[in-house]
Design a protein around this ligand. Structure first.
Ligand code: SDX
Length: 426
């Protein structure tokens, strides 16, 4: 039995269907309103479901995050990032044979064309790696434009695998160029996370010296960032992809959206904030700034549009953070002390409690990445790397069923129509 709701506008009663979810919120189907000349209004889309999806489920009140039905806590503790990439893309966990084939397929796609590597030379030393990563991802369209038939499911899967395979190499090249160091080619004998770290911190022709503890922590960080439903950057990928544009262009749009400090750029902003605070004695002063309506300062790494009790990823990240700090012997890092003081105050202060502002994944990922010696400018690039499987899976899901170009309407508050005034009469 389909549930219905009724709205009455200008005396006219309109009946709308309620579409039932398999988990979480049902939705009111407002598609018929345009025929009645009616728009809905929801800036920031807080109450809007932009699509239907089978990929990821979030319950913000209960702190639940499921990738294809599997809880993030189980995936982070028992799976590898490659297993999670396969799960997101294909909907099921891979068998050993499927995982080996997937791994081999990605390894075939992880090198960057020598001529294409010149793209990095257009950037000055010290350029932010995200500017280079976004340009390089978009530039890949020049290499694969002709062969990209987005209507063909197999072609889409190949594109998705290529982007998951190549993003570590592009990210490492951006980092190396920014530091004026020579590129390290991908090493197919290494796992996904270790290969990325070796391309950043290793030397061509020399065996990897990456710590297994650090490589494992990085693999888990990728899992925790792999997907998150219709967040701003994923919605950007879907919106761009709905124009039938080249997939590398659609994903590059997602990279741009993720860069913002209100989104994926928050992990870098957390470290910048901790360094600006500088000492535990100044934490209270900055908490007051964050509460001051007239002060644009916000506590980076706190708050979330959906999670209103805790971010389950932050809890997992917090446990890995503690393990890494202990392994690195930096439990007494001064920035960590500031972070712990911030967290304590925020958990006790009514301003944050009443607004349900808790530490999110970026709060702990920023501290963990610093503890493993990752330079701050690479933090958001690592988020990009982690989120790539989510972006390409949502892109593929959207194109796998009938879709329309995303074209929202507006509430117009501008001038009524008026006649042009000649220049000499103004
Ligand atoms: C990510 O959507 C996703 O899923 C994103 C993400 C993913 O995996 O894709 O989870 C990744 O982006 C995590 C969020 C990272 N961003 C930050 O840590 C930046 C700091 N956080 C804020 O910018 C903010 O909390 C947002 C952007 C995360 C959420 O913003 P909302 O949902 O629009 O909430 P809001 O701005 O309307 O805030 C509600 C109230 C406001 O105060 P009042 O007007 O009610 O008095 O809370 C206040 C805000 O001023 N507030 C904060 C705050 N966050 C919200 N005050 C101080 N510090 C903060 N961090």
């Amino acid at each position: 039995m389909v549930q219905k709701v009724q709205i009455t506008i200008d005396g006219k009663s309109i009946e709308l269907n309620v579409l039932e979810a398999s988990e979480g919120n049902n939705v009111v189907d407002v598609r018929g309103l345009i025929a009645e000349g009616i728009f809905t209004y929801d800036p920031g889309f807080l109450s809007t479901a932009s699509c239907d999806s089978k990929i990821t489920y979030i319950d913000g009140d209960a702190g639940i995050l499921l990738y294809r039905g599997y809880a993030i806590e189980q995936l982070a503790s028992q799976a590898s990032h490659l297993e999670v990439c396969y799960l997101l893309l294909n909907g099921e966990l891979p068998s050993s044979t499927q995982l080996a084939e997937f791994d081999a397929s990605l390894k075939d796609k992880q090198t960057v064309d020598k001529q294409f590597q010149q793209i990095f030379n257009g950037f000055a030393r010290g350029a932010h790696p995200m500017s280079m990563v976004g340009a390089a991802i978009s530039g890949l369209a020049s290499l694969y434009h002709e062969s990209t038939d987005i209507t063909d499911a197999e072609n889409r899967k190949t594109t998705a695998q290529r982007l998951i395979a190549i993003i570590p190499t592009i990210a490492a090249m951006a980092y190396k160029h920014g530091r004026g160091e020579t590129f390290v080619e991908p090493d197919p004998s290494l796992g996904y996370a270790e290969n990325f770290l070796n391309m950043c911190f290793g030397e061509t022709g020399k065996p990897s010296t990456i710590s297994p503890v650090i490589a494992e922590a990085m693999d888990k960080i990728f899992i925790l960032h792999a997907d998150h439903e219709q967040n701003a950057s994923t919605s950007t990928v879907r919106m761009a992809g709905s124009t039938d544009c080249n997939p590398y262009a659609a994903i590059s749009a997602g990279v741009s959206a993720l860069w913002g400090p209100a989104h994926g750029g928050a992990n870098e902003a957390v470290l910048d904030m901790l360094m600006e605070i500088g000492d535990v004695s100044r934490v209270a002063e900055y908490v007051e700034k964050a509460k001051d309506k007239d002060d644009p300062f916000k506590l980076m790494g706190f708050g979330h549009r959906v999670y209103k009790n805790f971010d389950p990823r932050a809890k997992v990240m917090e446990s890995y953070c503690a393990a890494v700090l202990a392994e690195r012997g930096v439990e007494n890092d001064p920035l960590l002390k500031i972070a712990k003081a911030l967290e304590k105050i925020a958990r006790e202060d009514d301003y944050f409690i009443s607004r349900k502002l808790y530490p999110n994944i970026d709060f702990y990922s920023g501290i963990t990445l610093k503890a493993v010696g990752i330079p701050t400018e690479l933090f958001t690039v690592i988020f990009t790397l982690g989120r790539m499987p989510g972006w390409v899976t949502h892109w593929d899901e959207m194109l796998s069923a009938p879709y329309k170009i995303a074209r929202p309407r507006q509430l117009y508050l501008g001038e009524h129509q008026r006649d042009f005034i000649a220049l000499d009469a103004r």
